[in-house]
Design a protein around this ligand. Structure first.
Ligand code: SF4
Length: 276
């Protein structure tokens, strides 16, 4: 995994929208209901950053994977999907203004800094999180749990960290367990409320699953606050069609509970209710 923070070079201009430098690659900003894990059901403003360092088979954000300039859609009215289009990268000030406008229209619980993989933008995402925190907005980082150094820099501005634990049998990716362990330890060091999400499918390898849960259990027992695990049954998307059966979900939940006491099953509720 790379923790590089290469410069964003572009001649794109966003006339009349901001006077600041164009800092950060963003693909969309909108208000919605969080559909996953610990903050399920909470109203959040989603700031989706562009670019990811891995490629999961089930990824439902293929347009956000390549780290390059392009269009960014920004909701004008919270929850109305009345999009305005800007050219990304955007100035940090422009992102803060867009979030501020949505937050003034509807009270929100927090901001979801999501992607893609937000930490891929290194110092730029650090500036963005600091700008959000300076406004008093709680920030939740949704991350694939692979880029440890950028996390250390952004950590003090985060209220929540939702970290994915990747299973090769489900994601088709090879993310080193040692990297994810180091990330989890760094996440706990930030003091942000941290939980782990594990996507499960009909192809989940049981040994790999048990090892992943044990890895979280070990980090949790070494921490004063502990870590909750959320098992998220795969929602079929594109070529990823192998959702776990009801019996598999029960079995995986049971296996996890035998290893770690705090495990919940939460499917992607935003998809069940037709939200973004
Ligand atoms: S880490 Fe997230 S954004 Fe990146 S490919 Fe996997 S699911 Fe998609």
């Amino acid at each position: 995994m790379s923790s590089a923070d290469p410069g964003i070079t572009t001649s794109v201009d966003v006339a009349g929208t901001t006077s600041g430098p164009r800092d950060i690659l963003v693909s969309e900003i909108f208000s919605a209901i969080q559909g996953e894990a610990a903050l399920v059901g909470e109203r959040q403003i989603f700031v989706r950053l562009t670019g990811c360092n891995i490629r999961c088979t089930y990824c439902d954000q293929p347009e956000a994977l390549e780290r390059r300039p392009g269009p960014c859609r920004i909701e004008a009215t919270a929850g109305r999907r009345d999009w305005q289009t800007e050219s990304s990268p955007l100035a940090i000030d422009l992102v803060v203004d867009a979030v501020s406008r949505l937050w003034e229209q509807v009270p929100h619980h927090s901001i979801s800094l999501t992607g893609g993989e937000p930490l891929l933008q290194g110092s730029r995402v650090e500036k963005l999180a600091a700008a959000f925190a300076s406004q008093g907005w709680p920030v939740m980082l949704e991350t694939n749990g692979t880029l440890v150094q950028p996390l250390r820099k952004i950590g003090s501005d985060l209220a929540y960290i939702s970290m994915d634990l990747k299973l090769r049998s489900v994601d088709g990716e090879t993310v080193a367990p040692t990297t994810q362990s180091r990330f989890l330890a760094a996440a706990l060091d930030t003091g942000a409320t941290t939980w782990v999400k594990i996507v499960i499918s009909g192809e989940t390898d049981l040994d790999e699953f048990d090892a992943g849960v044990a890895q979280v259990a070990a980090a949790s027992s070494a921490s004063a606050v502990g870590i909750e695990i959320f098992l998220q049954p795969l929602t079929p998307f594109a070529t990823a069609t192998s959702a776990p059966s009801p019996a598999q979900v029960l079995d995986l939940h049971e296996r996890a509970l035998r290893i770690h006491p705090r495990v919940r099953v939460v499917p992607q509720t935003h998809k069940a209710i037709g939200q973004l």
